[in-house]
Design a protein around this ligand. Structure first.
Ligand code: NAD
Length: 297
């Protein structure tokens, strides 16, 4: 029901939190994620302008009346793009949607003396609604001046979670880089084994379909984007190596026929997960139940 009400609201538009605001300028607003935010700000009543790759000759006019400048260009162009921005109005909020946070935050604080807040929407442009999605935000400076922007995004439905650049980037290594990398390797393995995907699906009840979907959906998307996310931090590669070591030591247990050692290790990990293990079991069951209800009603 919540999903429905949000998607209806999408069509009808959202309440405008700051009717006094000037332009919202989205740098890279013709891109996948930029376009989505352009749409959401327009649906919320703001005057939105796009500063695309070919528009730099008129950058100064474009930002002259800006209340917000949102940078949403490819990750590897982000810092140079921020540095290239013309002088912004003093009270303009400078923000970005980049999947990494430390470097863009530093660049934004250096480029602009006014309010700065970094954003990382934890979803891609293919979502149907912002409801239940998560947006991480990092304070740069001038929180009182960008509160309205956070309030505006809250009306779209996501949960906003505050972090700092360092915590964000470290957590991302686990939440996105490792997950995408293992999905990638899993997909590569399915290809090399020439797995029959339709047969796998036919044999899969919902939880296994979900797991297969988590892997397969990666390959419906952009390889460049995933290359950037997976290699975003140099530490990621080191972590993947540690993962590989864990993988092979688990394999060694099996190869050596150490069934008991395997079970012992299993219980050790289970102890470490503690109450989260049952919480995860419950959450996955509820998710599948909810998905089932949506399909059958
Ligand atoms: P994209 O390639 O679809 O869009 C980038 C846009 O920037 C393009 O329209 C491109 O023409 C434009 N651009 C390139 N150089 C430019 C320049 N110098 N000046 C102005 N515009 C320029 O990429 P995207 O997927 O929309 O990603 C944009 C940002 O959003 C990235 O920082 C990415 O980390 C972040 N992000 C993306 C996703 C996702 O799933 N796509 C999710 C979360 C965050």
């Amino acid at each position: 029901a919540m999903r429905e009400s949000y998607s209806c609201e999408n069509d009808a538009g959202f309440k405008q939190v700051n009717p006094q605001a000037g332009d919202i300028v989205v740098v890279g607003g013709n891109g996948k994620l930029g376009k989505l935010f352009v749409k959401m700000f327009r649906l919320s009543g703001y005057s939105v302008k796009v500063l695309g790759r070919e528009d730099w000759h008129q950058a100064e006019q474009l930002v002259a009346n800006a209340s917000v400048v949102v940078v949403s260009v490819p990750i590897d162009k982000t810092e140079e793009t921020i540095a290239r921005l013309p002088k912004l109005p003093a009270d303009c909020v400078l923000t970005d949607l980049t999947s990494v946070k430390q470097a863009p935050m530093k660049a934004m604080l250096a480029a602009h003396d006014g309010p700065v807040v970094g954003l990382h929407p934890m979803f891609g442009p293919d979502i149907k609604s912002f409801a239940k999605q998560v947006i991480i935000y990092c304070d740069g400076r001038g929180a009182e001046h960008y509160q309205w922007l956070l309030q505006q995004m809250k009306l779209w439905g996501p949960r906003l979670h505050e972090s700092d650049g360092k915590e964000h980037d470290e957590t991302m290594s686990m939440v996105q880089a490792l997950r995408h990398f293992t999905s990638f390797a899993y997909g590569m393995h399915l290809q090399n084994e020439d797995a029959d995907l339709s047969r796998l699906l036919a044999f899969s009840s919902p939880i296994y379909r979900l797991e297969l979907a988590m892997v397969g959906r990666l390959f419906a998307q952009d390889g460049e984007l995933y290359a950037s996310i997976i290699t975003a931090a140099p530490e990621n590669i080191k972590m993947f190596k540690r993962y590989l070591r864990n993988f092979s030591s688990a394999l060694t247990l099996l190869e050596q026929g150490e069934r008991e050692a395997f079970v012992e290790k299993f219980n050790e990990v289970a102890d470490w997960f503690g109450d989260f293990a049952t919480q995860f079991q419950r959450e996955s069951r509820d998710l599948l139940l909810a998905a089932h209800d949506r399909v059958s009603h």
